[in-house]
Design a protein around this ligand. Structure first.
Ligand code: NAD
Length: 512
């Protein structure tokens, strides 16, 4: 339902709040002003004009970062952790400012925008602890008087290319770990989110100054994809960590491979949840609706495919439709609103095209899909999240449409459900709702879900930073955030140390 209880913010009010948040985080709006329009999806209007980085600016950023790396790599990792610790303190102090910028540029409802900033704070905590735990193994040598060990060293300049829908969380997953590992960072944020990026970078600059970190350690470059292409093709950028569409990954992966650079790819998802006949349907309902309609369907982990047992479909699906009818759609700044706008008109058109295709392929729209027009904001794109019953697997279900559409498919056997689940090119996040341990374990086993994230009795979205985050197949295979993802930002050296005074060769080889 449309939010009619509160007044809709004007573009002037949003702009004023953005300028306030920029100043509070240490960005001088005049210093970053230029010609490139920045729009808010809340009203669809221009809220700022930002200066775009030139090729030379980006070249200088990489050169300076490469120079700073030579100092930073020699600073002990726990001391490097102090920079990230200070950054985390400043992020905590400015949580609301950054949250306001995320809402203004992406249209996330306030609690989700604040949640994204909390994710930044959480990863700084993790990274500070990790800075004392860059463990290498020691192995027994086959030769007497020898020791075998591994050490981990930083890579150099890490180029981060980020997507619009998580404008700061994914960047901080990369940057907090890259920095404690001893790297420098050059960041190319998404076209839609330059202001959030400038504010985040300003807080990191303040932290760097407070702890006396070397100048030039981190940079943000404001650009369209051409800036990303420049980082991709710059041999001084040791690791390119890129988050975005499969299309983008398909373009950049061969370019990075051609120069033997390293790539960390976090690409599109097409996430499914299986609901078995034994599931707690109340719990499943809440998990499904948050994952499918939250963030207006604009998460990489958004639930897009519901694979429900035929025996419970008639009990569950009408309840999902009813719950969708209660979701309040409106300005993301207003209390009680759960579904904000799509990022732009293109996104809306993609949703409409996918719904038309679904119907051509035999689908029946059970709920939603209509545009919600806001009187004072004709250029903003609010939509009702859609639920579509599909007769079977079809082309439209194979694709990630970055808008809220939940396709429903039914199944009879768990084997069939798993086959349906895995029959898409992407492999990011998955879930099973069940109260049967054998069903859960089957889904978690090697022959179960083929995704990087496999959940039981919880939806597909809303991961914690402690685990490694990423997906398989067209999602790109990268892992970020917790667990041992830090190793992606380092290179491994194996050391053999001989203290025997002799020179025995391995495998008993005799020579000289
Ligand atoms: P996008 O691919 O259009 O753009 C992402 C970033 O890549 C932007 O900064 C863009 O400028 C840059 N870019 C695009 N083409 C490039 C090229 N050829 N060379 C270098 N840089 C290039 O994606 P988007 O619309 O901003 O974000 C939505 C997509 O991101 C969805 O597919 C979503 O699933 C995915 N995503 C994935 C994850 C994940 O962790 N797997 C997280 C968030 C978003």
């Amino acid at each position: 339902m449309t939010d009619t209880t509160t007044t809709f913010p004007t573009t002037a009010e949003i702009t004023a709040d953005v300028l306030r948040a920029l100043k509070a985080t240490g960005v001088d709006p005049d210093a970053v002003a230029g010609d490139t329009e920045v729009r808010t999806p809340i009203t669809g209007d221009v809220i700022f004009r930002v200066r775009t980085s030139t090729r030379d600016d980006i070249d200088t950023a990489v050169a300076t970062a490469a120079e700073a790396f030579t100092t930073w790599r020699d600073i002990p990792a726990p001391v490097r952790g102090q920079l990230v610790k200070r950054w985390g303190q400043l992020l905590t102090e400015h949580k609301e400012d950054l949250g306001a910028l995320v809402t203004a540029e992406v249209g996330k409802v306030t609690s989700e925008a604040l949640g994204e900033v909390q994710e930044m704070i959480d990863i700084t905590d993790l990274a500070v602890g990790q800075s004392r735990q860059l463990y290498g193994k020691t192995m027994p040598s086959e030769r007497p008087g020898h020791r075998l060990a591994e050490t981990w060293h930083p890579l150099g300049v890490v180029g981060v290319i980020s997507a619009f829908n998580f404008p700061v969380a994914v960047y901080s997953w990369n940057t907090a770990l890259a920095l404690i590992c001893g790297n420098s960072v050059v960041w190319k944020p998404a076209e839609a989110t330059p202001l959030t990026a400038l504010a985040t970078d300003a807080l990191l600059a303040r932290a760097a100054e407070d702890v006396g970190a070397p100048a030039g350690l981190h940079h943000v470059v404001i650009s369209d994809r051409t800036g990303g292409e420049q980082l991709v093709n710059d041999t001084r950028v040791a690791l390119v960590s890129a988050t975005g569409s499969v299309r983008m990954g398909r373009e950049i992966a061969p370019q990075i491979a051609a120069r033997f650079g390293r790539a960390l790819l976090e690409l599109g998802g097409n996430n499914g949840a299986v609901v078995t006949a034994s599931a707690d349907l109340d719990l499943a309902l809440r998990g499904i609706v948050f994952s499918a309609a939250g963030t207006a369907g604009q998460r990489c982990t958004t639930l897009r495919r519901l694979i429900v047992h035929a025996d419970v479909a008639d009990h569950l699906v009408p309840r999902i439709v009813d719950a969708y009818g209660t979701l309040t759609i409106g300005a993301p700044t207003n209390d009680g609103v759960l579904v904000g706008p799509l990022i732009d008109r293109q996104s809306f058109e993609n949703q409409q095209a996918a719904l038309a295709q679904a119907q051509q392929e035999g689908g029946e729209v059970l709920y939603g899909g209509d545009r919600v027009l806001i009187d004072d904001a004709p250029d903003a794109y609010y939509v009702q999240p859609a639920v579509v019953q599909m007769p079977e697997q079809s082309d439209v279900v194979q694709a990630e449409t970055f808008a809220p559409i939940l396709y429903v498919l039914t199944y009879q056997t768990l084997e069939e459900a798993i086959a349906l689940h895995n029959a898409v090119p992407q492999g990011l996040s998955s879930a099973i709702f069940t109260n049967d341990q054998a069903e859960a374990e089957t889904f978690l086993s090697a022959g179960g879900s083929d995704c990087g994230i496999v959940n039981v009795n919880i939806g597909t979205s809303g991961a914690e930073i402690g685990g490694a985050f990423g997906g398989e197949k067209e999602t790109g295979g990268g892992r970020e955030s917790g667990s041992d993802s830090w190793k992606t930002y380092m290179r491994q050296a194996t050391n053999t140390i001989n203290f025997s005074g002799e020179l025995p060769l391995a495998q008993g080889v005799k020579f000289l």
